[in-house]
Design a protein around this ligand. Sequence first.
Ligand code: HEM
Length: 402
Amino acid sequence: MPGISSTIFTPEIIRDPHPTLALLREEAPVFWDERIGSWLVTRYDDVKTVYADDRFSRDRRLGRHFVAPAPGSWAERFDQNGLGRTEGEEHRRWRARLAKGFTPRAVARMEDQVRAVVAELADPLRDRRGVVDLVDAFTNPIPNTVISRITGIPPYPGEEERFRRLAQDVIRRFLPMADEANVRRGENAIGELAEWVGKLAEERRQEPREDLVSDLIHGNPDDPMTNLDIVLLVALLIAAGSETTTLAGTHALRLLLRNPEQLAHLRRDPGLVRTAVREVLRFGFGSAGGGVPRYAMQDLEIRGQRIRQADMVMLSLAAANRDPEVFADPDRFDVTRDNRDMLAFGSGPHYCLGANLALQELTCMVEAALAFLPEDATLLEDRIEWEIVGLICRPVALPVRF
Ligand code: HEM
């Protein structure tokens, strides 16, 4: 296609994907990317259509390039058992069991825990002066501490740090295109986590407490969850809810500091923070052009392109969220925008299980930042360190002068 080579996954485009995504949306909305061996779907309507089409599956084992993980590995157990992989009846069964962990009572408890975790990390920042890296001090530790706390890991000194360290290694296992060293490190971390969470599950089986593990074990008497089910679920929460929320939080602070008039708007009207957070998710927060993978279960066509059974199709949520057919002036970051239709949490049966939790965490983070950031805080944009991991470009540090 003129202007676009055989792949959009070059370091330059991963760093700044939106001009290329706009071109694809316009001229090649169903694009075959040679480098990753996948179709890329970029229009909002097409993304929604594929999401709702049951001729596509999320099960990566159906993909042409699937390489079976080592027998007995954690990756294999995920493929066979994990919530994020299953479809149809099996998937509905997992979601129904999980609903017992997200009752209104449990959600209210989680909200308190989120507020407490954010306050613990925000309070020391109120009196800080000088240059502070807000990834290290704030946006990175929050999501894993929240997952640790809602799971029921006791917040004793050292325990949450250990959970966070393991979680960081678990995430490496799930990164697209993880190399051998990261796969090994991730497998070891899941092993250690499994032993720990498995023991916790056994304790809660005997003696329930106010936590997610107890709710799941005791809330499903007709379809009991094993300790292995619980372990796989906690690892999935880490994989799905940690890096995503950290990245979104980091981009939220970066976007607000880069757009002082929007930040001032929020200071004047803090009731807008939740809308602002959704706008950050719409605008994009590092997911580059990639997106969520699906696998065709039969030969079919999208917009005249012939998709063969076992082809991978990536739904570019980043591109869909800037589709001008749905969002007027889509490249403008506007904290007052009506962005109810944004797709950052997906759509259909796999819609993000943690969407409310994530929105709550991010809203709390931004509210806390409005309080601890002095009026004259400045983002040191040229000192931001960017790292390309797989198809994602993420800020490793967000230096801000207080
Ligand atoms: C800003 C943060 C987040 C974003 C942008 C996000 C995005 C997504 C998306 C797009 C999906 C659907 C994937 C697909 O269709 O294949 C998804 C699924 C999922 N998310 Fe999130 N997520 C976030 C935070 C969280 C959090 C905090 C948790 C829990 C701790 C979580 C747990 C899950 C789970 C378990 C699924 C799989 C649901 C299923 O397969 O039925 N996510 N997320």
